[in-house]
Design a protein. Structure first.
Length: 486
């Protein structure tokens, strides 16, 4: 029997349980990206971090997460998705426990880096498991809708949970919350998750390609995240970015010309939907990641909300993401992925335009809630069809790779957007102060410009979705698929 058919037959009995398990692991990983933000001041006081060193509580996780996504996705294809998924979950859970009991900055940063490794493996493998375990069409779209909804919930509820846990139980609780979740996933995963190993007839791992893409992604993201401190024109930013670009170019050369069994067969990029969806995902997250950051700062610094109040203020946005992601699969079935993705990007654009109204002395109901809810709805509405398109038509043997690409676009887009829009906001605020504006006014003027640029990125994404995902002649699809498999 074909291994993919066997895999789908295996999970049909427990499809809902499998979906819940995989989405729970993804929720845990995405939650960890945002939950730490609110706890940073408490971590600084508790472990004695310097102001400059504190950013590495986030960056240590981001670097390894982004750098290993492609490698984690390909490992799940070659070594078996269940094996890799459970190993990543166990590693992430153990690292979370070490984070919670860390007694020094060095231990915490090391454990955060290991968390990133586990998170990269989980994120790539979980989407690959869904892609290969559910039939393309309504069943897979529904599963991806749930997966996207829980991912969106993880991103938006992190601020709320971070505030509640930090204020109520102390900062170690934000890491301890992962332990029971991870243990449950490992305990039940052995029975529910199909092995799903790719039947390629070989187990060659392309070590050269793995080293090049991992070091290249780490160097690129390192340069991006350092831009918020050093500025885009500094050698400490330009040098690692240039090194990352060169390493990734060398990776493309090795994969296309020299690798016997490439880590990333470049033929996968012949799939136009995959290319287009990843471009839109990168633009969407470039704007939305920065939006969460600026809204959080505005509520705490300008509206003077404490950590719990800020977290509660994000609750309507969290529900908005969940609602949109729940509706998206049904809308895709009726209207098509292209139309729903474009609509999601336009909702996000409109929400960010509304957020340009932030000002000193504003209110949550007037300046934050309308734009925040609309942007969050756009995220949930756009994320699901983008994910559906990104994995549509991808051969099962390369589903982990496609999943890794999708998550790489999300994470690199978020890191790049946050760094770029933070630099834009800060530079504009400094220029406004030089013109005589008050610090409070200058700061909100910087936020306004960042939201406007974010809106422009989402609008470009809407245009890209409309143009790049135009239907083509049906006979072109088998040709593209044959080229990928070849």
């Amino acid at each position: 029997m074909n291994p993919v058919i066997a895999s789908k037959a295996y999970v049909r009995r427990d499809s809902n349980a499998l979906l819940l398990l995989v989405c729970l692991a993804q929720f845990m990983v995405i939650l960890d990206v945002s939950i730490v933000n609110v706890a940073l001041p408490a971590i600084q006081d508790g472990l004695g971090f310097s102001t400059a060193g504190l950013q590495w509580v986030i960056n240590a996780y981001t670097l390894t997460f982004a750098g290993l996504l492609l490698l984690g996705g390909r490992a799940s294809d070659l070594l078996g998705r269940r094996r890799v998924f459970l190993a990543g979950t166990a590693l992430f859970t153990a690292a979370s426990l070490v984070c919670a009991i860390a007694g020094s900055p060095a231990v915490l940063l090391g454990a955060r880096a290991i968390q990133g490794v586990g998170g990269a493996v989980i994120s790539a493998a979980s989407l690959a498991i869904i892609t290969t375990s559910f039939e393309e069409g309504a069943a897979r779209n529904r599963a991806l809708g749930v997966w996207g909804a829980l991912g969106g919930l993880g991103a938006t509820s992190g601020v709320l949970l971070g505030g509640v846990l930090t204020q109520g139980l102390g900062w170690p609780a934000i890491f301890l919350i992962n332990v029971p979740i991870g243990l449950a996933v490992v305990l039940f995963g052995g029975r529910l998750v199909p092995e799903g190993r790719s039947m390629l007839g070989h187990r060659h791992f392309d070590l050269t390609g793995a080293l090049l893409v991992t070091t290249g992604m780490v160097a690129l993201v390192y340069g991006i995240v350092r831009s918020d401190v050093l500025g885009w024109g500094s050698a400490g930013v330009l040098a690692p970015i240039a090194a990352g670009v060169l390493l990734l170019a060398a990776f493309a050369l090795v994969e296309g010309r020299f690798a016997r069994e490439p880590l990333m067969p470049l033929g996968i990029f012949r799939l136009r939907p995959l290319r287009s969806a990843n471009a839109v995902i990168l633009l969407l997250y470039s704007a939305i990641f920065a939006m969460w950051f600026f809204v959080s700062l505005y509520m705490q610094q300008d509206l003077h909300h404490d950590a719990i109040e800020t977290g509660l203020a994000f609750l309507p946005m969290t529900l908005s993401v969940a609602l949109a992601a729940t509706l998206a699969p049904r809308l895709v079935r009726r209207l098509g992925a292209r139309t729903v993705l474009t609509a999601g990007m336009l909702f996000a654009t409109a929400g960010l335009v509304l957020l340009t109204g932030v000002r000193p002395g504003g209110t949550y109901l007037g300046q934050v809630l309308p734009g925040g809810v609309l942007s969050a709805f756009g995220l949930g509405l756009g994320l699901v069809p983008a994910t559906i398109v990104a994995v549509q038509g991808v051969p099962a043997a390369q589903s982990g790779l496609a999943s890794g690409l999708r998550n790489t676009s999300r994470l690199v887009g978020g890191a790049l957007g946050l760094a770029a829009l933070t630099t834009i906001a800060t530079s504009h605020a400094h220029s406004r102060i030089a013109e005589g504006a008050s610090p409070a006014l200058a700061q909100t003027d910087g936020y306004q410009l960042a939201f406007l640029v974010g809106a422009a990125l989402c609008l470009i994404g809407a245009v890209a979705a409309t143009v790049l995902l135009r239907p083509r002649r049906e006979e072109a699809a088998p040709k593209e698929l044959a080229e990928v498999r070849g």
